[in-house]
Write a protein of this length. Sequence first.
Length: 134
Amino acid sequence: STVLTVIEQVVVASPTTINVVNPGTADVRDAVFLIDSNAAGGFSNPKLSNALTGEAWQSLRTAANASAQVRVDAWRESVEYSMDNGGSWTGDYANFSTNAVQVGFMRFRPGSQPVVVTGVINARVRIEFYAAFA
């Protein structure tokens, strides 16, 4: 698809469930996730869990300030951390984990699925991807 799907929500409580809808007919495996803190401590060890697939990932980062961000890019297979609202990025794969038997970062099945966000109490969570069609 050439249409970008964007799901964005300000999260102020842990846990929070975000409804992700994949409008395609095939799994999406190349999503980009951004957690953008609104304050120091806006996230601490954030974890996203897809309740439909059982897949999850977690960062061991804590937002040091309101400019802190964590970006997980499944397309590039990269995990990065920024302290300046994305002005510069540092590789952060060492502070990242997925479930033990999980292949890839996280996939989205066609249709609606709940993604449970924990460890986030004052940040914007953004998930974006191009829908896939079989």
